[in-house]
Design a binder for this molecule. Structure first.
Ligand SMILES: NC(=O)C1=CN([C@@H]2O[C@H](COP(=O)(O)OP(=O)(O)OC[C@H]3O[C@@H](n4cnc5c(N)ncnc54)[C@H](O)[C@@H]3O)[C@@H](O)[C@H]2O)C=CC1
Ligand SMILES: O=C(CO)COP(=O)(O)O
Length: 314
């Protein structure tokens, strides 16, 4: 809706029935109920092999699937000659790859990037003020994203550190599960601030080891999205933590959301990649132990607090 105020926008959905319902009702009742889909947005469900033609009618294609759908969408859109940006935040299950690493595998020459930062979809759709980061190593992609989305209710900042922006978006989901758990166990505001701050430190360590710049993590996709997701009750990842603290099983928690909580699928990869690189990520490790059922919520907290003293930096 934000982009549609100034540009021709086509919304493509893989599910024809859902596309028809959105087109007719002018509302996505399943995923964003109560928020109008502007009449100017053309809603379609063309076959996937017709996606290229659809993309070529526009300046940029935006992929808004969970991480699990990104590979297929990049395959479908590679070779269309249209820049592509994804909104997904996470590491791909199975391969453990970030979005740009998937792109390197399936479409290495595709002009592409990520649009990320603190942005609950509901608030964006309501037109509330939001700031995003357009990340790409390709200046034309950054410019295309700014041209598409920068407007009265949305500021879009450019950043060429795609790896850093992607690590921020992926790791904050894992840390939001931890913070939801902390709040669900009523551990207090001191504990929440400590988790967010130490979480930012471990996110930054992993990002720098993966080639990102440390300052990126002080920006919108690092600190910004971490604060939003860890403290905002609209977050699905935070809700997973809150529900686990109430004693629900992981399956019950995930099923009750009705939406993807990427941190659940990303946590193991974060820890595995950190271990390969010799990076210590105690909070993420605790989340994985909890998700795997190896620790109960209170035991995960005790393990975190029981570690040896350490220097704050480094
Ligand atoms: N909802 C939010 O506030 C924000 C979400 N994101 C990220 O965007 C991504 C998508 O999130 P949501 O739209 O909120 O998730 P969602 O669970 O609400 O909706 C996912 C949509 O993708 C479709 N889908 C699922 N698997 C697919 C696949 N394999 N191929 C194609 N389509 C598929 C579903 O049918 C559904 O329409 C996630 O990576 C999330 O982290 C980023 C910023 C904000
Ligand atoms: O990424 C988001 C906001 O920037 C959405 O977070 P959740 O997926 O936890 O709802």
């Amino acid at each position: 809706a934000n982009a549609a105020a100034r540009h021709d926008v086509t919304l493509w959905a893989r599910d024809a029935a859902q596309a028809a319902a959105i087109a007719q009702q002018r509302e996505n009742t399943r995923y964003l109920p109560g928020l109008p889909v502007p009449a100017s947005i053309d809603v379609r469900a063309d076959a996937q092999d017709a996606l290229c033609a659809l993309a070529q009618a526009h300046d940029i294609a935006i992929v808004a699937t969970p991480m699990a759908g990104l590979r297929g969408m990049l395959q479908a859109l590679s070779g269309c000659g249209v820049p592509v940006a994804w909104l997904c935040k996470g590491f791909e299950s199975g391969t453990g790859l970030l979005g740009h690493e998937i792109r390197n595998e399936v479409a290495p020459t595709l002009a592409s990037g990520a649009l990320s930062g603190p942005s609950f979809a509901q608030e964006v759709a309501q037109g509330r003020p939001t700031a995003l980061v357009a990340a790409s190593t390709d200046a034309e992609v950054r410019d295309a994203l700014v041209a598409a989305f920068h407007g009265p209710s949305m500021r879009v900042y450019a950043n060429d550190d795609l790896a850093g922006v992607e690590v921020g978006g992926a790791v904050k989901n894992v840390l939001a599960i931890a913070t939801g758990l902390c709040d669900g166990l009523s551990l207090g505001l001191n504990a929440r601030a400590a988790l967010i701050t130490r979480g930012l430190a471990e996110m930054t360590r992993l990002g720098v080891a993966l080639g990102a710049r440390a300052d990126t993590f002080m920006g919108l996709s690092g600190l910004g999205d971490l604060v939003l997701t860890a403290t905002g009750d609209l977050s699905r990842n935070r809700r997973v933590g809150l529900l686990l603290a109430q004693g629900l099983s992981l399956r019950q928690a995930v099923d009750s959301l009705g939406h993807v909580a990427e941190g659940v699928y990303t946590a193991r990869t974060v820890v595995a990649r950190a271990q390969q690189l010799g990076v210590d990520m105690p909070i993420s490790r605790g989340v994985v132990a909890l998700l795997d059922g190896r620790l109960k919520p209170a035991e995960a907290v005790a393990q975190l607090m029981g570690r040896d003293p350490a220097a704050e930096a480094g």
